[in-house]
Ligand binder design. Sequence first.
Ligand SMILES: [Zn+2]
Length: 293
Amino acid sequence: MKCALVRPDGATVHAERHATDAARGPEAVVDTILDVAEGLAGKARADGLTPVACGIAVPGVVDEARGIAVWSANVGFRDVPLRELAGTRLGLPTALGHDVRAGGLAEARLGAGRDAGHVLFVAIGTGIAAAHVVDGSAAVGAHGAAGEIGHILVRPDGPRCGCGRPGCLEAVASASAIGRRYAELSGAPATAAEVADRAAAGEPLARRVWREAVEALADGLATGQALFDVATIVIGGGLAQAGPRLFDPLRAALRERLTFHREPRLVAAALGDEAGCLGAALLALDTLAKESR
Ligand SMILES: [Zn+2]
């Protein structure tokens, strides 16, 4: 859990990290979230600051309008009314958001997508998820599940995805999928970063695995661009660390796939793994702005 005290201008004045330790079960995780939030509000007051709102971003399916963590594979949330729980504990207006949408919000307003207006943020790590941000707010969807770009079907005869269907983008092109594919073909385990290194060094097998992943990603992004027509695509998550080894071929592959659609700027995320935390603060500030209207 990345936690921070953030000023209205987006500047972080204090940051903390805590273990989620999801194996303890969702109730224990919720207790930790509430304890940490209360502790942060107390620290703010002790430092002469005035906490005005709380923002929390969690993974999975999140009903932002009702403030409910509906479902999470990783943490085990099932219909947890997290906004109400935190609001009651802290006595502050509270916002609940989705981790990737919050990260996209922060990148679009404070990071690599700043001033773009229309931004698609794509986080590529163990899975692939996205946030479509228009003029500083991220689309949530009718059921809190917008942005699941990782489950675009790109290879119908491809490997089975964690969602149960074969051929989803994240089953082919997530960092985990790249490592898995390389291990499957070579018989030796490797991370996506190692595959990128070996591909850059000219190893044929690594080059093939990397190319296949880049092509699948380009298919997914081309679909994203057809749907959203954004000015900027921001790529975050672990795979973005590959830098030009990812961005150069990905930009070229995306360009090949676009016909009449305008080519978006394709850039690396700027806020690192604090994007979700900053985005939660932005959601909190947005809640305040709505209340004062
Ligand atoms: Zn899937």
